[in-house]
Ligand binder design. Structure first.
Ligand SMILES: NC(=O)c1ccc[n+]([C@@H]2O[C@H](COP(=O)([O-])OP(=O)(O)OC[C@H]3O[C@@H](n4cnc5c(N)ncnc54)[C@H](O)[C@@H]3O)[C@@H](O)[C@H]2O)c1
Length: 326
């Protein structure tokens, strides 16, 4: 079966494409390789995919409707779409809000428009985010909770994706599943995220910025666990039932929140060097804690995150050392 993976040069898209190729699928990867962070890292991921026979790549911007229509015309045999391309990052959405509307709103709508016209399409699986819960005090976050008080434009754009997908599932019977990821980390990760930027700083002996005395909690989730959840979701196609559209939303998180202070301690252990910590107040758009309720994802998707923070961080640090050495 041919699966279209958007954001294939990105962190989660790369790992997802690899896992699908390992499973014997034909994969069409799409990415615009934008310079939000080091393009060499995106290209490095892509080089590992383009070496494989069953992988084809198209450099396309999802906000470019004509280019996306051309892509779908060329790959009319697509059976599933895993749509992961987006402008991520909470803090950058204060600096460049329009990037979020272009990539996350227009880009998502472009995918929905093409997906609804795709004759053989069985399922659209797309990335949402734990940030849609806002700064909710009720932990763990359940998909039954309200998600209408976003505290960043990034979160608002991800919630918009969910709402648009629901409308398309209702209007056109387009089966789709939204996955709310919780702070994903691992090899080939994102340099703008704390795990990566802290590790780089500790290795080179420069200070790290720790907000709110390190008390913020995140449900850090290892990328292989996330990818297993994505693969589980592809196979679990939602059906219209009792008047409900064929659209479902699941949390993919570790269900074991950790403080940022503990993350720093685990990184120090894995690297074998103390961090130089600069304390700063909490940032606009940040939330105090995240934790995923994963009962539904366990039941329906077979999602079973099993990587401890120590194991995952050790694998990440080993990769980073190797990557920096090459
Ligand atoms: N990493 C996390 O912790 C996390 C948490 C919650 C949600 N998510 C979501 O998961 C998805 C994947 O995130 P990631 O961490 O791999 O990010 P990433 O930035 O590494 O990957 C996204 C990729 O999409 C590409 N892209 C962006 N805009 C595009 C456009 N208009 N057209 C084509 N390609 C475009 C980028 O070049 C990038 O390679 C995103 O939707 C993100 O919002 C990630």
């Amino acid at each position: 079966m041919t699966i279209l993976v958007t954001g294939a040069a990105g962190f989660i898209g790369f790992h997802t494409a690899q896992a699908l190729l390992d499973r014997g699928e034909q994969v069409v990867g799409v990415d615009n390789l934008n310079p939000y962070y080091d393009v060499a890292l995106k290209q490095g991921r892509l080089d590992r995919l383009t070496g494989r026979d069953a992988f084809r790549f198209a450099k396309v911007d999802l906000a470019d409707r004509e280019a996306v229509a051309g892509l779908f015309a060329e790959h009319a045999d697509v059976e599933s779409i895993v749509h992961l391309a987006a402008q991520p990052g909470v803090r950058y959405s204060l600096e460049n809000p329009f990037a979020y509307v272009e990539a996350n709103v227009t880009g998502h709508l472009t995918i929905l428009e093409e997906a609804r016209k795709c004759a053989d399409l069985r399922h659209l699986v797309y990335a949402s985010s734990s940030s849609v819960y806002g700064d909710s005090a009720a932990l763990p976050f359940s998909t039954a909770d309200r998600a209408d008080r976003p505290v960043s434009l990034y979160a608002a754009s991800k919630r918009m994706d969910e709402l648009m997908s629901h409308a398309y599932a209702h209007l056109y019977g387009l089966p789709s599943t939204g996955l709310r990821f919780f702070t994903v980390y691992g090899p080939w990760g994102r340099p703008d995220m704390a795990v990566y930027s802290f590790a780089e700083a500790i290795l080179e002996g420069s200070p790290i910025r720790v907000f709110n005395q390190g008390t913020l909690q995140r449900d850090f989730t290892y990328v292989d666990d996330i990818v297993a959840g994505i693969l589980g979701a592809i196979g679990h196609v939602p059906k219209a039932s009792d008047g409900a559209a064929p659209h479902r939303i699941y949390n993919l998180g570790n269900n074991r929140p950790e403080t940022v202070s503990r993350l720093v301690a685990v990184l120090e252990d894995a690297i074998g060097k103390p961090a130089i910590i600069r304390h700063e107040p909490m940032q606009a758009g940040d939330v105090t804690a995240t934790c995923a309720d994963i009962e539904d994802s366990r039941r329906d998707l077979g999602f079973n995150p099993s990587t401890s923070l120590e194991q995952g961080i050790q694998r990440f640090v080993d990769w980073l050392r190797d990557y920096q050495g090459t």
